[in-house]
Design a protein around this ligand. Structure first.
Ligand SMILES: NC(=O)c1ccc[n+]([C@@H]2O[C@H](COP(=O)([O-])OP(=O)(O)OC[C@H]3O[C@@H](n4cnc5c(N)ncnc54)[C@H](O)[C@@H]3O)[C@@H](O)[C@H]2O)c1
Length: 297
C-alpha cells in the first residue's frame, strides 16, 4: 500500500539515506527537519520546523495528513550536548511527533531508539544476562542519550495503550554507516570504517555493532508493509549479520571487556553481539550488506 509518509530528521546522516530510499518507492515522502538538506531529492516535499514546538508540529501534521510517520530527529550522539538538554530534547521530540502523528490520523508510527540504551560502556561495569543481546534483555541506560531513547520507546508504548487504531514500533539501529563512509568519509564519531576495523578499541565502544543505512531503509520499508504482523509497541534491533571486527568476538570481547568473557564463548566466526532474529522472524527483514562486501577504502 502506498503511504503518505512523514520522515523526521530527514536531513541527518541516517535520514538522508532513508529519504532517498523511500523516494524511489511508490510512497509519497515528506521530510521534516530543522535544517533543509544540502542535496534535496526532487520528488520529496521538504519542510523546515523545530519539532520541540509542540503546537507547530501538531498543526503541520494536521495540514500534511500523513498515513505513516518515521521519526528519526534527535540529538543523536551521547554527550554531544549537556545531559539535561539531551534528555529533554529527545523525550520532547518523541512525544511531540508521536502525539501529532496520532492526532493527524496516521496509522503507522516508527520511532528511532538506539542499542546504546542497553548500557554497554557503563563506568560502573555492565554485565548483561547473555550475549548476543536480544529484545528480551532489559535496557539499563547509563547516560542521558540512552535514557532519552528508552523514554522514546516508552512514549510509543504509552500511545499503544491509548489507541489500537495506530500501530507503533521502536527500532534500535546499530552504528549507522552511510553509503559514502564505505568510500572513506568519516563515520559518525570520526575515524573511517577501515580505521575502526584496524583498531578494535574504536569499534568496541559500540560492542562492535554496525548497520548500513540502506539496510535500515529496507527495514523501515519492510516494517511499514508488514506492520500488521507486529505486536503493538514492539521493539526491534536493526543490525548487520556480522560484527564490525576482523576477528571473532569470542576473542575480542574478553580482550576489551574482561567482565563479559564468560558470555562471549558462543560469538564465534563473524557473529555479532546483537541478535536480529526477531526482525527476521516477525517482519521477514534481513540485512543485505556487510563491511566485507561494501568497504572500498
Ligand atoms: N547514527 C547512528 O549510528 C545511530 C545509531 C542508533 C540510533 N540512531 C538514531 O537514529 C536517528 C538518526 O540519527 P542520525 O545519525 O541520522 O543523526 P543526525 O544528527 O545526523 O540527524 C538528526 C537530524 O535531526 C534533526 N533535528 C534535531 N533536533 C531537531 C528539532 N528540534 N527539530 C527538527 N529537527 C531536528 C537534525 O537537524 C538532524 O538533521 C536518531 O534518532 C538517532 O538517535 C542513530
Amino acid at each position: 500500500m502506498a503511504e503518505r509518509v512523514i520522515i523526521t530528521g530527514g536531513s541527518g546522516r541516517l535520514g538522508r539515506s532513508v529519504v532517498a530510499g523511500f523516494a524511489e518507492t511508490e510512497h509519497e515522502v515528506i521530510s521534516i527537519d530543522r535544517e533543509l538538506p544540502e542535496h534535496p531529492t526532487e520528488v520529496v516535499d521538504y519542510r523546515s520546523i523545530d519539532l520541540l514546538d509542540a503546537e507547530a508540529t501538531s498543526s503541520l501534521f494536521q495540514q500534511l495528513q500523513p498515513t505513516a510517520v518515521v521519526s528519526l530527529a534527535a540529538i543523536a550522539v551521547p554527550f554531544s550536548a549537556p545531559e539535561d538538554v539531551i534528555l529533554k530534547t529527545n523525550a520532547a521530540i518523541a512525544h511531540n511527533v508521536t502525539a501529532a502523528a496520532v492526532e493527524s490520523g496516521a496509522k503507522k508510527v516508527i520511532i528511532a531508539s538506539s542499542p546504546s540504551i542497553m548500557g554497554y560502556g557503563s563506568p560502573a561495569g555492565w554485565v548483561p544476562p547473555r550475549l548476543p543481546l536480544d529484545e528480551e534483555v532489559t535496557p539499563t541506560p547509563w547516560h542521558a542519550y540512552g535514557l532519552s531513547k528508552y523514554v522514546a520507546e516508552q512514549v510509543a508504548s504509552m500511545f499503544a495503550q491509548q489507541t489500537s487504531e495506530v500501530t507503533f514500533i521502536s527500532f534500535r539501529p546499530c552504528y549507522v554507516i552511510a553509503p559514502e563512509e564505505w568510500d572513506g568519509a568519516p563515520t559518525q564519531q570520526g575515524h573511517t570504517v577501515r580505521e575502526r576495523l584496524d583498531d578494535p578499541a574504536l569499534s568496541a565502544v559500540a560492542l562492535f555493532n554496525y548497520v548500513d543505512a540502506r539496510d535500515v531503509t529496507d527495514f523501515l520499508l519492510t516494517a511499514l508493509a508488514n506492520i500488521h504482523r507486529v505486536e503493538n509497541g514492539a521493539v526491534f534491533f536493526v543490525g548487520a549479520k556480522d560484527a564490525l571486527a576482523r576477528r571473532p568476538l569470542a576473542e575480542l570481547v574478553p580482550e576489551h571487556f574482561p567482565e563479559l568473557a564468560h558470555l562471549a564463548e558462543g560469538l564465534t566466526g563473524d557473529a555479532p553481539a546483537f541478535s536480529i532474529q526477531k526482525a527476521k522472524e516477525v517482519l521477514g527483514w534481513e540485512p543485505k550488506r556487510s563491511w566485507r562486501t561494501e568497504l572500498n577504502h
